[in-house]
Design a binder for this molecule. Structure first.
Ligand code: ZN
Length: 291
């Protein structure tokens, strides 16, 4: 995401090209759940068809005596988490669909979605968000968490921000995490920040969302990621202009993992090892929150 002035500029300047990461959640295909398989396979299911993996931990054969109890399930097991990979691969080639106005909360409308940003070398934000989201999804599913993704591949269009919010609401998610990366061209601007709706419009946007934001901030910091030098304070950014957060009735946050236009951060965001590190930190934070 970006600051308001930058978002405004981006909206004026570039609709069809790569815009800054202004619109937190996006795309047009209908929201669908993830599958438990690993990659970009387009396994489209209805949001209600949450699939899980690994609910049954690999276990030894039953003990000879019936007195040995199974280990208690992790507290996160069985809970529903919605992972929202920002933007989508087909957004740039579908400007009419992506620019149509949709409800964004607080009486406002915003474009359905944006293209997202990219590194100077051309690695796109939608690729980044999809890759990290799949890593997080698979790790959570392995812990017995039911994961719903707001898009099922990285080649579609949309869904719109309001549709993405609906996914979390309809799934009655225990936590909703939108994953993004920013595109500030300010020299040296770097670091992550976690946005949450403020002032809250419902109970879930209050303490639960603020807590989720703090847990995620703490997890990323513990993993060695620096907080933003240019947005928010201490890695947290209360916002009233993000449609996906405004429209959520579940605890919801949006993380901008780093600045894709900053050379040092772009190198991390563009590498598989870097994305795994983000995914590990996000996964652990979600599990901590659920626990
Ligand atoms: Zn974005």
């Amino acid at each position: 995401m970006t600051t308001l002035p930058r978002r405004a500029l981006a909206a004026v300047a570039v609709l069809a090209s790569l815009a800054a990461c202004g619109n937190p959640q996006a795309s047009t295909t209908s929201p669908s759940t993830t599958t438990t398989s690993s990659s970009s396979a387009a396994n489209v299911a209805e949001p209600s068809l949450v699939q899980t993996l690994g609910q049954t931990p690999p276990s030894a054969p039953p003990p000879p005596s019936s007195s040995v109890a199974a280990p208690p399930p992790a507290s996160a097991a069985g809970k529903v988490v919605v992972i929202d990979p920002g933007h989508n691969g087909g957004n740039a080639s579908h400007p009419a669909e992506i620019n149509k106005q949709v409800p964004a909360g607080r009486g406002q409308t915003k474009p359905c979605n944006t293209t997202g940003t990219a590194t100077n070398a051309g690695y796109t934000e939608h690729e980044f968000t999809w890759d990290v989201s799949v890593r997080v999804r698979d790790a959570l599913v392995a812990k017995g968490v039911k994961v719903v993704m707001t898009r099922s591949n990285d080649t579609g269009v949309g869904p719109c921000v309001n549709e993405r919010a609906d996914v979390g609401n309809k799934a009655n998610a225990a936590a909703v995490v939108s994953i993004h990366a920013d595109g500030s061209t300010s020299p040296g601007a770097h670091g992550f920040h976690v946005a949450y709706s403020s002032p809250p419009l419902n109970a879930a946007q209050g303490e639960p969302s603020a807590k989720l934001a703090k847990v995620l901030r703490d997890g990323l910091q513990a993993a060695g990621f620096a907080t933003s030098t240019y947005i928010g304070s201490q890695g947290l950014s209360p916002r009233n202009d993000l449609g996906g957060l405004n429209l959520s009735t579940r605890p919801a946050v949006l993380v901008e993992c780093g600045n894709m236009r900053n050379a040092a951060e772009a190198a991390v965001l563009s590498s598989a090892a870097g994305r795994q590190k983000y995914a590990d930190a996000i996964t652990q934070a979600i599990l901590s929150y659920l626990g």
